[in-house]
Design a protein around this ligand. Structure first.
Ligand code: KIV
Ligand code: ZN
Length: 399
């Protein structure tokens, strides 16, 4: 089965579109703002990474946002460039269209809240008014581009019958991608699976659009919810590099892409991501924003392929698959690292000595050096290459 998409042409039902919102939702988080030059560098890196859609910003929000979307639209080639707009804001949609005018391929992404809580307290609107705006907003966006995305903000907390009516109205008005955000990271994987399955079953015209997942990480479930959404029929994933985003962040691009790839037995889907570039792009974002990635972060954290325990190091030296479910090279690391510490074993110690050029120590010297290394590791948190060199130099001199 395949689908005819306004920007991508025929796409296979097993292909998942990667929509990156690092420069919009990611940039909205405290401390993560980027200047124009930094956004252009990031956009270029995202295009090279193979991201299908780059959400470049929210043009009506500020002059700076308009300018950065406009510059990315002019200069970044290869990906669809997308701009955000409120569904009810005629000015928003016009600004998005203008900012995107020079893009090779462009998308207008319009959104409005649909949950009872948001409609009553945030929008102060009746549901029928929201429905009318969905029709006028998507019609206006569709007059500017064939590639229109509509989002039901707080969609996961929306009444299912009303959500179906909203989605139907958006499709009728010309939206080609329907995004159901879990705006506050409240949903569980079961919820997301159920919501997408229901929409695909109940809404007329559902087979003519791409469904999209946009999960926030307030309960640490963003990636799990995204995988469940794909199971429910979503074929676009909205995510950010390093999982940055409002509050606890958005689903992390590198984690979802590698989950789909590593567990292809359970999720038989493909993406266009050039995975050996993942680490480079993650590091670029960390450098630009001055926010380090936590050491234990999956895929791109400093410890993601590091082993300290002796038993693990021994296993990895014999066959890396014993403790690694993907190769470090497949996501941009040069190799796994055997970190020397009090948990390291003799095999890793020998391997480390070899890599430092000490491969001629006999068994007695090696045993002696190993026992001195263990004493040192007990005293120090981490043992660096220089410590080991000093220790083995002593060994070679003393004996
Ligand atoms: O989280 C959210 O609901 C959003 C929408 C604007 C798509 O970011
Ligand atoms: Zn969001």
């Amino acid at each position: 089965m395949s689908f005819d998409h306004p920007s991508f042409g025929k796409i296979d039902a097993s292909r998942v579109i990667i929509f990156d919102t690092t420069l919009r939702d990611g940039e909205q988080s405290p401390g993560f703002s980027m200047n124009l030059a930094e956004k252009l560098r990031m956009a270029e890196a995202l295009a090279t990474l193979g991201v299908d859609v780059i959400e470049a910003g929210f043009p009506v929000a500020s002059k700076g946002d308009f300018e950065s979307v406009n510059q990315i639209a002019r200069h970044t080639k290869g990906s669809v460039i997308c701009a955000l707009a409120r569904t009810g804001g005629a000015k928003d949609i016009a600004a998005a269209g203008e900012a995107l005018a020079q893009a090779e391929r462009k998308r207008i992404h319009n959104f409005i809240s649909t949950s009872p809580l948001h409609m009553k307290y945030k929008l102060r609107m009746e549901p029928e008014t929201v429905l009318e705006l969905i029709t006028t907003g998507n019609t206006a966006a569709r007059n500017l581009t064939d590639d229109v995305e509509w989002s039901a903000e707080d969609g996961s907390r929306t009444d299912p019958d009303f959500l179906c009516r909203c989605v139907e109205a958006a499709i009728k008005a010309g939206a080609t991608t329907i995004n159901i955000p879990d705006t506050v990271g409240y949903a569980t994987p079961e919820d997301m699976l159920r919501i997408f399955s229901m929409l695909r079953e109940r809404v007329p015209g559902a087979d003519q659009v791409i469904f999209s997942a946009h999960n926030h990480n307030d309960l640490g479930l963003a990636v799990a919810n995204t995988l469940a959404s794909v199971e429910g029929g979503a074929r676009q994933i909205e995510c950010t590099i390093n999982g940055i985003g409002e509050r606890a962040g958005n689903a992390a691009l590198e984690e979802i892409v590698m989950a789909l790839r590593t567990r292809n037995d359970q999720y038989p889907f493909t993406t266009g991501i050039n995975t050996p570039d993942l680490l480079k792009v993650s590091r670029m974002l960390a450098t630009i924003t001055s926010f380090d990635v936590q050491p234990n972060k999956a895929i791109v954290g400093r410890n993601a392929f590091a082993h300290e325990s002796g038993i693990h190091q021994d296993g990895v030296l014999k066959n890396a698959a014993t403790y690694e479910i993907m190769t470090p090279e497949s996501v941009g690391w040069t190799r796994s690292s055997l970190v020397m510490g009090k948990h390291s074993g003799r095999a890793a110690f020998r391997d480390k000595l070899k890599s430092l050029g000490y491969d001629s120590l006999d068994d007695a010297k090696l045993n002696d050096a190993f026992s001195r290394f263990k004493d040192l590791a007990d005293r120090k948190k981490a043992v660096y290459d220089e410590d080991i060199i000093a220790l083995v130099d002593d060994e070679v001199r003393d004996h």
